[in-house]
Design a protein around this ligand. Structure first.
Ligand SMILES: NC(=O)c1ccc[n+]([C@@H]2O[C@H](COP(=O)([O-])OP(=O)(O)OC[C@H]3O[C@@H](n4cnc5c(N)ncnc54)[C@H](O)[C@@H]3O)[C@@H](O)[C@H]2O)c1
Ligand SMILES: O=C(O)C(=O)C[C@@H](O)[C@H](O)[C@H](O)COP(=O)(O)O
Ligand SMILES: [Zn+2]
Length: 343
């Protein structure tokens, strides 16, 4: 796993890390919102603004064109393998920047400064990078661990509630993958009254849960497939929503995917029904509804492209219980449709 630094002032950590680096070797990628953090973030290092690629915001820009813009900045400005790309933003920026860095001259140095809850607990960690292609989520990508990840919860102060809840869905996934106590804590949290500082302990916990899994299976040969729980259906829902121009956030789609895949877990593996209902009620209460039943064929077609598939059909990670995993389950289309009808 990468080295993760928790701090209350990312600018100090960056200044220390970048202390010895020459101007022409420092590159930054951000989006139109997060570029606003950069003056303050880099004020203690000698920052050259012309070395910043500013991407458009949102999932629809998680594309080869955005990657190409980063590559172009690096190439035109003479970046070397020893140069550093600092990615400042949410999961879209860290996935795109991480991909660009891992492929530029076959790999240059990369530091992530995640600024959304989702990126702090999940996207900036573990080395999955990539972009969407042919209407499919992360269809092109690499495994490439960043050199450092700097987590500063102060970035979260102005994060819209919808974005915060999106990140929270990945934390609920972590709760389901670890223990009842963490899950219960998450499901009973009062978000509006929870400050970024209160979130710190929960972020640390999620980072540890992900880290323990990734370090055992960095390239998703087996165990890491559990981190994809909720995503077989969640990614299909997310892609469908983008296709229909009514885009859900990644974590919103994952929340719906968690409900459907927990239902499959109840039916196929005996996952406790009361916990399934608790999670479902939470998702119904806090996440958007989405019309799924009129699109079941499209959704199933999208699932047939899931990266975990190793033969015909759709490969699900299922949970016999909290913190218990069953990998490589190929469920029937009828059962998948039944699961979608429960969301
Ligand atoms: N690589 C992985 O392991 C992994 C894991 C989970 C998700 N992901 C990917 O991450 C992406 C989603 O990431 P995301 O939810 O961070 O979305 P995002 O990067 O699109 O950021 C969400 C929005 O919040 C804005 N923003 C960022 N920081 C902010 C702040 N501090 N205050 C206010 N606004 C801020 C951004 O500009 C953007 O408009 C998806 O593409 C998903 O596939 C990757
Ligand atoms: O780290 C992982 O492994 C994950 O699956 C984490 C997911 O939350 C994340 O959305 C990931 O990008 C999905 O990867 P993919 O391989 O299904 O594209
Ligand atoms: Zn995810």
């Amino acid at each position: 796993m990468e080295s993760i630094i928790f701090t209350t002032d990312a600018s100090i950590v960056l200044a220390e890390l970048l202390g010895g680096i020459r101007h022409e070797n420092l590159f930054i990628v951000a989006d139109k919102h997060t570029v606003g953090f950069c003056d303050r973030l880099f004020e203690k290092v000698d920052w050259i603004p012309s070395h910043v690629t500013v991407l458009d915001c949102g999932e629809e820009y998680k594309s080869i064109e955005s990657v190409s813009r980063i590559w172009m900045m690096l190439s035109k400005r003479g970046a070397r393998r020893s140069s550093i790309l600092v990615c400042v933003g949410g999961g879209v920026v860290t996935d795109l920047g991480g991909f660009a860095a891992s492929t530029f001259k076959r790999g240059m140095r990369c530091i992530n400064v995640p600024t959304t809850l989702l990126a702090q607990v999940d996207a900036s960690l573990g080395g999955k990078t990539g972009f969407n292609f042919n209407g499919l989520k992360n269809e092109i990508g690499t495994f490439s661990i960043p050199e450092k990840v700097i987590i500063d919860v102060h970035f979260l102060s102005h994060l819209p509630v919808r974005e915060r809840m999106s990140g929270f869905a990945e934390m609920i996934k972590h709760g389901l993958l670890s223990d009842r106590e963490y899950l219960t804590r998450l499901l009973s949290l009062e978000y509006q009254e929870t400050s970024p500082e209160d979130f710190l302990e929960l972020i640390r916990r999620s980072v540890t849960i992900k880290g323990e899994i990734v370090s055992q299976d960095p390239r998703e040969q087996g165990l890491r497939k559990v981190l994809n729980f909720g995503h077989t259906i969640g990614h299909a829902i997310e892609s469908l929503s983008i296709m229909r121009g009514m885009a859900l956030l990644h974590g919103e789609a994952v929340a719906l995917g968690l409900v459907a895949e927990l239902y499959l877990s109840v039916k196929e593996k005996g996952f406790p029904e009361e916990i399934y209902r608790e999670v479902r009620n939470f998702v119904k209460r806090y996440y958007p509804n989405y019309p799924l039943m009129e699109h079941v064929d499209t959704l199933y077609e999208l699932m047939l492209h899931d990266k975990k598939n190793e033969r015909r059909g759709v490969n699900f990670t299922l949970l016999p219980g909290i913190g218990e995993f069953s990998l490589d389950n190929y469920c029937s289309k009828d059962l998948v449709v039944e699961a979608l009808s429960q969301v």
